[in-house]
Design a protein around this ligand. Sequence first.
Ligand SMILES: [Zn+2]
Length: 686
Amino acid sequence: MTNPLLEPAFNTLPIFEHIKPEHVEPAIEHILSKNKNIINELLENQKTYTWDNLVMPLEIIGAELDDVWCTVSHLNSVVNNAELHHAYQTTLAHLTEYHTAIRQNKKLYQAFLDIAENPNYSKLNIAQKKVIENGLRNFKLSGINLSEEKRETFKALSVRLSELESRFEQNVLEATDAWSLNVTDVNQLKGLPTAVLEEAALNAKDKGKTGWLLTLEHPCYIAVMTYAEDRKLRKKFYTAYATRASTVEPFANPTKWDNAPVMHEIMKERAHVSTLLGFNNYAEYALQTRMLKKTTDVTNFLEDLILRLKKVAVDNLDELKTFALKNCQLDALEVWDIAYVSEKMLQDKYAISEELLKQYFPEERAIQGLFTIVNKLYGIHVKEVESFDKWHSDVRLFGIYDENNMLCGHFYTDLHARPNKRGGAWISNCKSRMQYPDGQRQLPVAYLVANFSPNRAGESVLLTHDEVITLFHEFGHCLHHLITTVDYPSISGGNSVSWDAIELPSQLLEYWCWEEEALCLFSEHVQTKEPLTHDLFLKLKASKNFQIGLRTMRQLEYALFDFVLHETFSAEPSDKMDIQEILDRVRTKTAVMPTPKFNRFQNTFSHIFGGGYAAGYYSYLWSEVLAADVFNQFKEDHQVFNKEVAKKFVETILSKGGSQEFMDLFIAFRGRAPKIDALLKEYNLL
Ligand SMILES: [Zn+2]
């Protein structure tokens, strides 16, 4: 049987048009069983284990599996259907089992230890040593040194945790879907954008109702909170949204979706996992793979930023209250007024119309402008590939070439929203850079996906400034993956880069969306063909820091709550372990306005309870520090297109992937550890 997932030859791209859901399981099963045999042979047939006879072959078979799996999970995200999703889920379970078995393979662990303890270890290069160090670390974090009995406990806890985390997310989804509001009097909906009203009318019709059906789905909720003139409607929505997945009213069937017990158990089991592995708490355990190493590094950073921003946040709120009284006749500003009044104040202060701004960012012009900017910075060229195999007619493929016209890698773009495609924007790997022992090199390939407005025949898609930023952000991740010079796939590109530093290349590139010199290169009015006017630029720039205190303080509250929570919980029950109480304590530091007693925001905080960002929410802010500090190096030389700084950034950070500790890479670029000052300057605090 031929299977298109297994077919692509060396350095060729996936044959998307021929891949069907029924190919997924057999392809992955085939590779898993082949890999298991290879691992056994590698372990059995050598007297002395070395980089060449063990580690590199493992890198290769790992990458070959990843390449096929990346194709499957990519398709699952962009052309989803029930059969594919089923095949994806079933295969994912087998993959998890395979990876757990490898990480708990004692013989393999011993082989890695032998290599690390052999005198020849010192002859390996830095990147090779990092692959081995990462391997040893991952074995330990998977409980390799535990007794048989404790290893079984560890496995059971891991399974239980993934059940609980998905229960948490499911409760959020179901509770969100369960609430809606049928409005029949159009006066109640004053202020809402036409598109939201149209969607709500369709919604009502679908359910056999008259009028408009409003839901708690994010776009609808945000629109109500930002634009609805009816204060009672905003209050109703705020209350419903803030009490999802809790036993607080207005949910009719409260206990069914209550996340409070789920959260408590998640925290207890995470604490259990970390103590089993010898750590004091889950926060300590999570930092093992991060750029910041000590729990105090994180809490000091967050608390310092809170102190510096508190006054700005208070001032922001005072300004808002004054505006609310004067312009909206609201003498007591409530939490459900904040987004609404803020939007009014934003328009009043800067008079920035999104619609007007959009005229300057036709999509194709923004894309070509982005390529011009990275060319000016890094000397790289981007060329479109005309003929290739795609999963949808919208897809494009580009090659990236260095200054000497050498091909570095490829990336696909899939930029427009359509049914059966996951929302949001992201990049993911298709292939990672790797050199085979015979000298042949596989070049990296990435997917850049977004959900901009769909193409309409004959019309150019116009991007909002936010969408332009998204494009630059994701392309920053793409560059990290594609211009790497690391030849070991587990640490090339963004692979194995610390979670709290991975956003540096992407957040850095966003800065060029706020510089006039750069904007002139790619903004072009769709009719007049003129670049963005100086006047509009000034307004745009001035709006960047709008309510920076309030916005950042909210992020700081989430980050500190997440971290303190994971530091406080232990496997043994104690009265310190009350999630609400911990949140209330954090709020005494961060809040500038009281939160209503009924608010159960934490019950839907999927970032940390659904997995992913556990003890890691601070990463968003820490990456901002890194990006601001790097960008400041360009600014210090008064040239946003300083080629020397750009070259140094590529050589010390962007090309190095996960081949060294991120702190070392950063110091190599900046000559010192990161400083918060540049970010404070961005916030106008210095
Ligand atoms: Zn990102």
